[in-house]
Write a protein that binds this ligand. Structure first.
Ligand code: PLP
Length: 391
């Protein structure tokens, strides 16, 4: 047998829905030699990580830490810990990840009510209020930043609304954390989860979660054991706080990465970081407009970090993305679910939200679209972005 060659993939610019590129400082932190998972030095690093995570989530929640797996494990952690068989759950579905919540909630044996909106749209509070009033669920779950459609769901008033009906709010913040405001305490979110590879510019592998005091009370009041051993917060908790009892071996290198990623977020400052995401989004949007690529999400609810646009009639999705990847080294996302073959999703997340990404993707897209027969004035995308930056 011949040994595969040394690892050396062609460089890529990851402008899809995730993973996005890790910050160079994160990659360098990951070359730090390992510590034992109970080494006092490592316990210090865990404390740092939790403290910074609370700042980034804008919460004082004690139960805040990264689950040792990707974003989906965060979703599953929230549901399996808060939902027991027979509990009433409402899932607000308006895209691919809402669908997944429905699947996860049903596997917990919940009595499920699904509230749907067409993909690309968002919910208004009256609709949700009526359902809460009729169903009186234990849990309502919703995606903050729906990565499949690029739509931003306002959840800032939703926690208060849920609490009027004694309902817990689970929010998917996988694509929002580190890109747009996420304010768990002010918004009264009870359980939130995110990931490391999108707005926090780390590799995939961790899912930061946070549970409110209300959610912790619900966890304590459970009648049955949590169905998942690995994700049972009643036991993982004692590794991340208190007696530091062994639960599973923490992914040491990933914690180094997240710690550095969080340091970068706080050094920049939350407000400055959110403003940067908006600035680069506005420039990209101007460029995409000039390339005649219309947004899917309505004006006023578009995510700056995930720009989902319709592919022009007659343009081959896969062929274009292949050219972007092979000739320009740029990855963008295709459509999921009902948008398969119909949408492109361009991520400007965390470290990747910068003018050079905007100009590179617009220049490459123009080449690819013109190659596919779309009539465009040469340089129009770049010029529009440049005008947007100048203001
Ligand atoms: C990416 C994503 C997930 C899943 O996260 P993984 O890290 O891929 O497991 C869940 N919800 C939303 C909204 C996402 O964008």
């Amino acid at each position: 047998m011949s040994i595969p060659g040394q690892l050396s993939p062609a460089p890529r610019l990851l402008l899809g829905p995730g993973p996005s590129d890790a910050h160079p400082r994160v990659l360098s932190a990951m070359t730090t030699p390992l510590l034992g998972h109970l080494d006092p030095q490592f316990l210090e690093l865990m404390n740092d990580t939790q403290t910074m995570l609370r700042d980034v989530y804008q919460t004082k929640n004690t139960l805040t830490f990264p689950v040792s797996a990707t974003g989906m494990a965060g979703m599953e952690t929230c549901f399996v810990n808060l939902v027991e068989p027979g509990d009433k759950v409402v899932v607000c579905e308006k895209g691919y990840f809402g669908n997944r919540m429905t699947d996860v909630a049903s596997r917990c044996g919940s009595k499920l009510t699904v509230l749907s909106q067409p993909w690309g749209q968002v919910f208004d509070h009256d609709q949700i209020r009526d359902t809460l009033k009729n169903v009186r669920p234990k849990v309502l779950a919703i995606v903050h930043a729906e990565t499949s459609t690029g739509a931003l769901q306002d959840i800032s008033q939703l926690g208060k609304l849920c609490h009027e009906f004694n309902t817990l709010l689970i929010a998917d913040c996988v694509t929002s954390l580190g890109c747009i405001p996420v304010n768990l305490d002010e918004w009264e979110v009870d359980a939130a989860y995110s990931c490391s590879q999108k707005g926090l510019s780390c590799p995939p592998g961790l899912s930061p979660i946070s549970f409110s005091a209300r959610a912790v009370d619900a966890l304590k009041a459970r009648k049955s054991k949590v169905q998942s051993w690995y994700l049972d917060l009643t036991s993982i908790q004692s590794y991340w706080s208190g007696d530091r009892a062994y639960h599973h071996t923490a992914p040491i290198t990933m914690i180094y990465a997240l710690r550095e990623g969080l340091r970068l977020v706080l050094e920049e400052g939350l407000e400055a970081r959110f403003a940067r995401h908006v600035r680069n989004h506005v420039a990209l949007k101007a460029g995409l407009g000039a390339l005649e690529l219309p947004y899917i999400a309505a004006r006023g609810c578009r995510l700056p970090q995930l720009n989902a646009v319709r592919i022009p009639e007659g343009v081959d999705d896969v062929a274009c993305r292949k050219r972007l990847l092979n000739e320009f080294g740029i990855e963008i996302g295709g459509g999921l679910g009902e948008f398969k073959g119909k949408a492109w999703r361009i991520g400007l997340m965390g470290y990747n939200s910068r003018p050079s990404s905007v100009f590179q993707v617009l220049a490459a897209l123009e080449q690819v679209l013109r190659g596919a027969g779309v009539k465009l004035t040469p340089g129009s995308g770049i010029a529009a972005a440049e005008r947007a930056y100048v203001g």
